[in-house]
Design a protein. Structure first.
Length: 260
């Protein structure tokens, strides 16, 4: 964990899970995003070879999303996919590996009903999909595919400013807010803050990965979409938001072990 994230990780209860030995070991997370390959130091597996190399000095979306997942869930196996350049191949891979992948992160927005037939197929896999609500600043709607009734929609909360940022979409179907403004290493491993609902959804993905790791050690059954959704909703806190009138969702925080 980067030292700049200590305050946020304490508030999210992530550090307590680390102290108890849960760091995402044997957890498999898929990240669907843009065409750029993640940084080598993020240790992401690329099952399908249709990625462009990242350009040093520039920061791209999938490398950032993968880095947040890695920061929160340091020992997970992360698989990166170019959704926009290979959605059908990605869907086929997820179908073939449905028993392997525990959770999927989608920190992006698409045009309404884009690739609807593929999302219908993915729903049937019953793998939790954590999606960012979007950064349009709407209080009435959330972006696609976050708005699908089976995906898990995450907005943003900035702990350091104690606010729900104006850009964070809210509305019917929003499950929770996730902490945003997460520090990650750039292409030359210098830390910088990644913000937006993308950072929030990626952090929630990593946090859920810690819980899935606990379930595996504890001999629990595979986590379904509905179980993941209920776990997140049941572990949201409204009290952490001191300076907001929003009542649409609370901030997702990992529970203490006596509440599992």
């Amino acid at each position: 964990m980067l030292r700049q994230n200590k305050k946020v990780f304490e508030a999210a209860n992530i550090l307590k899970w680390y102290e108890n030995g849960y760091t995402g070991k044997n957890v498999n997370i898929a990240v669907l995003d843009d065409q750029y390959a993640p940084h080598s130091h993020t240790r992401v597996i690329l099952p399908i070879a249709h990625h462009n190399p990242i350009i040093k000095g520039y920061e791209f979306h999938k490398p950032n999303s993968c880095s947040v997942v890695r920061e929160a869930c340091p020992d997970a196996n992360i698989y990166g996919f170019n959704w926009f350049g290979g959605a059908r191949e990605t869907t086929r891979w997820l179908i073939e590996n449905r028993e392997k992948i525990d959770i999927v992160n989608c920190s992006f927005s698409s045009p309404k009903n884009s690739r609807e037939e593929l999302w219908n197929v993915l729903e049937k896999l019953d793998i939790p999909f954590i999606c960012s609500s979007g950064n349009n600043g709407s209080s009435k709607f959330i972006s696609y595919p976050s708005c699908l009734d089976w995906t898990i929609s995450i907005g943003a909360y900035n702990l350091l400013k104690d606010e729900i940022p104006e850009y964070s979409n809210e509305g019917e179907g929003l499950e929770a807010l996730g902490f945003t403004y997460i520090y990650i290493p750039n292409s030359v491993e210098n830390p910088f803050p990644f913000e937006g609902t993308s950072a929030a959804a990626s952090l929630v993905t990593g946090m859920l990965g810690l819980y899935i790791g606990w379930r595996k050690v504890s001999g629990k059954t595979r986590l379904t979409i509905e179980e993941a959704k209920q776990f997140i909703v049941n572990n949201c806190s409204d009290t952490i938001i001191k300076n907001s009138d929003s009542k649409s969702a609370g901030v997702f925080i990992l529970p203490d072990f006596d509440r599992l």
